[in-house]
Design a protein around this ligand. Structure first.
Ligand SMILES: *Cc1c(COP(=O)(O)O)cnc(C)c1O
Length: 364
């Protein structure tokens, strides 16, 4: 069976040597030495001032809303992983959806301004599949209306926007280091910001509101990453160039094999193309189902990711359907994607897709 994602395991010996260090230090969690080491290495890697490691990517979003004291309404994208919207609802805020661009699959800045009311406190766009949002334009809108801007950058580990890591943008960018992501710490995530004041608040809230000199200054939560998770991240960070290069080759090969047969996501020209996911767009919902099933019959898993569109969730009140998001959610399919996916397998996947698409046309 060809899987959609393959969790990356670093060298066992190397991981063991970190485990030895954890046993020697007697420090399992609470801002331990490996967590601090990984934060510093990631700050250098991204070229940003603050990386605050947390328990997962969802917590990174929730903590960000707290740190920035969001209230009432938050404008966000309906086309994302469920955690983007759930984190807003869970924080007792109201998600207000702005529909996406049909080619980039990102929130369309054109749709944002007429949704802004005196209840709006923030915009939460997503760099979906690592495709950079129109960052400058979104920052301009946020500034003009005095709104906070939090980028859900869960997919954007490897993305530079105008030659700098996109993670430095907005008031905060958040990222997930879940095991299925390109870079992972088993479970984990981070708040990234160039604003030291925001960073300090986030560090306090992460640790139950307790200051380093043990004063309690607010209702924080427990969002700490532990040492075993940080050790995993330290090992994988050593391998990240190899992982990214491998994935880039896979991406290019897919593009070559499938070009002209299916549509690809239109990439932001101000950024490099991420190697986080490989989504394709089929002509109809029917064709997507057909291709998905044909792949499955050939022992190849693909994922209807991200489906359904989040404006269809039963617990969210949406005044108008997000037509474009729903359409894309019905037609998109993520193909198997990892650094050592063999070219032979890619050829097989591509031939099943090409065959399925031609059969589907005949049936119609
Ligand atoms: C994975 C993901 C998250 C949440 O991350 P977890 O670490 O699983 O909590 C949030 N947003 C997006 C877009 C994601 O893909």
């Amino acid at each position: 069976m060809v899987r959609v994602t393959k969790v990356y395991y670093p060298d066992r010996e190397k991981y063991n040597s970190y485990v030895d260090k954890i046993y020697e230090s007697g420090w399992l969690t609470n801002n331990g030495p490996l967590v601090r080491m990984l934060e510093e290495r990631l700050e250098n890697y991204f070229g940003v001032k603050n990386v605050i490691l947390v328990a997962n990517g969802t917590m990174a979003l929730e903590l960000s809303y707290r740190v920035l004291a969001l209230e009432n309404e938050v404008i966000t994208s309906p086309f994302s992983f469920i955690a983007t919207t759930n984190s807003i609802v869970y924080s007792c805020l109201k998600p207000v959806f702005a529909d996406i661009d049909p080619e980039t699959f990102n929130i369309d800045p054109e749709n944002i301004e007429n949704l802004i009311t005196d209840k709006t406190s923030a915009i939460v766009p997503v760099h979906i599949y690592g495709n950079a949002c129109e960052v400058d334009r979104l920052e301009h809108i946020a500034k003009k209306h005095n709104l906070k801007l939090i980028f859900d950058a869960a997919h954007a580990f490897d993305v530079n926007y105008k030659d700098k890591s996109i993670l430095g943008r907005g008031d905060i960018s958040t990222i997930s280091f879940h095991a299925t992501k390109m870079f992972h710490t088993i479970e984990g995530g981070a708040i990234v910001t160039n604003n030291d004041e925001i960073a300090e608040k986030a560090r306090l809230l992460r640790n139950s509101g307790i200051t380093p000199d043990e004063k309690i200054i607010g209702a924080g939560t427990n969002a700490k990453m532990n040492e075993f998770e940080a050790a995993m991240g330290l090992c994988i960070l050593d391998d990240i160039d190899m992982i990214i290069n491998g994935r880039r080759k896979v991406l290019e090969y897919y593009k070559k094999e499938l070009d002209g047969y299916v549509k690809f996501q239109k990439q932001n020209p101000d950024a490099n193309q991420s190697v986080s996911y490989f989504p394709i767009l089929l002509k109809s919902a029917e064709e997507r189902e057909y291709v998905h099933n044909r792949l499955k019959e050939n022992d190849i898993n693909s994922k209807r990711y991200f489906s359904p569109s989040l404006d269809t969730l039963s617990y969210i009140d949406v005044p108008v359907p997000m037509k474009i998001s729903r359409d894309i959610a019905d037609r998109v399919l993520c193909l198997p994607f990892y650094h050592d996916l063999e070219f032979e397998t890619i050829e097989k996947i591509a031939s099943v897709i090409k065959q399925a698409c031609s059969e589907n046309i005949v049936q119609e």
